[in-house]
Design a protein around this ligand. Structure first.
Ligand code: DX5
Ligand code: ZN
Length: 220
C-alpha cells in the first residue's frame, strides 16, 4: 500500500493548523514534519513547540524527520510533543542503536535516514531494528529541489535486503516527489512518498493527493 506524507515545510506557516487539517481531509496517511538545526543542514525550520501545537490540531500520524546533529538529545521532547514516527540521519553524531532504542522506549516508531552520498549497505545492520528507512532523493535542507533519479538503485538495494530478511519495514523517499517521479520511486521499491511543494502548491489538496496516489500506483 502506498502512503502519502505531505511535508509541511511547504505549507503556510502562519496557518499550519488549518493546513494540517486540510491534508487530513485529503486522506493522507501521515504528515511529514521536517526539523532542521542549521548545523546538520544549512537551514533552520521548526522545533518541539510547533509539533506540540500541531498535535492539538490533528489526530494524523506524525512522521518527524530530524535533520539535526545530535538527535538523541531531542528524542524525549519530540516523543512527548506527539511524534508517532521519528526518523534520524545515520550521518548524525548520535549512537544509532541507542537512538533507535530511545525512540522505541516511547512506544513509537523509529526510522533511519540516508543522505544521497551514503551507500545503501550502511543501513543494512539496522534494518531489523527499525520501522522505516528514509532514502533522501535530494540533499536535505530545502524543499523544491530536483528529484535525484540516481538514488533509485539505493532504494532497490534496500528493498531487496528488506525482502531477503523477511522484514515489513516501510521504505520512504523524500525530495522532488511529484506526479512524474512518484511512479519511478514506487517501481524501485518505495511505499511511502513525502511530497512538499508538489502538494502544497496546489489549490485543491484533495485533488492533488488523489492525483499523486494515482500517479504513484503506475509504478506498482
Ligand atoms: C528536505 C526535506 C523534505 C522537503 C521535501 O530537506 O526533508 O521533506 O520538504 O520537499 P519537496 O517535496 O518540495 O522536495
Ligand atoms: Zn523530510
Amino acid at each position: 500500500m502506498i502512503k502519502i506524507s505531505p511535508s509541511i515545510l511547504a505549507a503556510d506557516f502562519a496557518n499550519l493548523g488549518s493546513e494540517a487539517v486540510a491534508m487530513d481531509r485529503a486522506g493522507v496517511e501521515m504528515l511529514h514534519i521536517d526539523v532542521m538545526d542549521g548545523v546538520f543542514v544549512p537551514n533552520l525550520s521548526i522545533g518541539v513547540p510547533v509539533v506540540a501545537s500541531l498535535r492539538k490540531a490533528t489526530q494524523n500520524y506524525f512522521d518527524v524527520h530530524l535533520m539535526i546533529i545530535d538527535p538523541i538529545r531531542y528524542i524525549d521532547a519530540f516523543a512527548k510533543a506527539g511524534a508517532d514516527m521519528i526518523t534520524f540521519h545515520i550521518e548524525s553524531q548520535s549512537d544509532i542503536r541507542e537512538t533507535i532504542k530511545k525512540i522505541k522506549s516511547h512506544g513509537i516508531h523509529a526510522g533511519v535516514v540516508l543522505k544521497p552520498a551514503t551507500p545503501a549497505e550502511e543501513v543494512f545492520p539496522y534494518l531489523p531494528l527499525v520501522d522505516m528507512v528514509l532514502v533522501m532523493t535530494v540533499e536535505p535542507g530545502f524543499g523544491g529541489q530536483k528529484f535525484m533519479a540516481d538514488m533509485m538503485d539505493k532504494v532497490s538495494a534496500i528493498r531487496k535486503e528488506r525482502d531477503r530478511l523477511g522484514l515489513k519495514l516501510d521504505i520512504e523517499v523524500d525530495g522532488g516527489i511529484d506526479n512524474s517521479t512518484a511512479a519511478v520511486a514506487v517501481k524501485a521499491g518505495a511505499n511511502v512518498l513525502v511530497a512538499g511543494s508538489a502538494l502544497f502548491s496546489k489549490p485543491d489538496y484533495t485533488a492533488a493527493v488523489s492525483q499523486l496516489r494515482e500517479a504513484a500506483a503506475l509504478g506498482l
